[in-house]
Design a protein around this ligand. Sequence first.
Ligand SMILES: [Zn+2]
Length: 285
Amino acid sequence: MPLATLRDALRCPVCKGALEHSDERLRCPRCEAGYPIVDGIPDLIPGCVDEQIKAMTAAWDAPGLDYDASIAQTAPERLRAIDAPLLAQCGGGKLVLEIGCGTARLKQPVEQAGSQYVGLDPSLTLLRQGAERGARGLIRGVGEYLPFPDASFDVVIGGYCSFRYIQLDRLYPECARVLKPGGVLAFTLWNNWAFFLYSIAQSVRQRRFYAPRFKAGHCNDVVWATREVRRLARFGFTVESILSTRRLPFAKSLPFVRRLVDGGGYWRGAPGALIGYDIIFVCRR
Ligand SMILES: [Zn+2]
């Protein structure tokens, strides 16, 4: 699927049928759904999505959202540590889909590694910013309804926090569907325990003794990595590696902990996912 024909290869996100297209619109003859093309970006979010997807889409398209600022606030070494295992899968003539691509920050490194990049995001605002910086191959859509044919990508990646609010039980089977056999899914989730400890440390530091919540109900922060491995297996994925970043922001004032963390690298496997900050799963279909 070379990028020149990406638009021809797009599928109806609901019934997966081929789309008819004009300059301004895509149309599914099978289920008669229409999809606009806005500023050159096909908008393939189905009209039938549930309230959760609607809320997530609205949040990522909120006028005040400054994505670049939030990325800039993230320590560069943390971003490098999250990106590296994903980009390591993207070399050498592959077709790579990034789900939750934002402004297509990873497009350049994927292309520099010799692969083709397709970016999907629910936020038209962020996709427009990416397109203004020259990115092509950007599609508006959601991970629960991927608008691509079966077995079309070599690699699917989800960087930083892009899988945090997606419904994973609907995302994983879609990733399995669009990946070629033997294809790789590589993504990051955050460690619930790290956030829990961080919120306790914050409450102590600020002398505001509220009870921290163990887990936010609406997000996918990992409590047990082994549970995520089993869920991925249900959808046909074998987890090849689990890497967790060595970052403990709540323990900065403890020199012996800082020495442990400053060594760089990753903690490995499910035990490492209990103490790491960002947890990177690399899985094969
Ligand atoms: Zn359709």
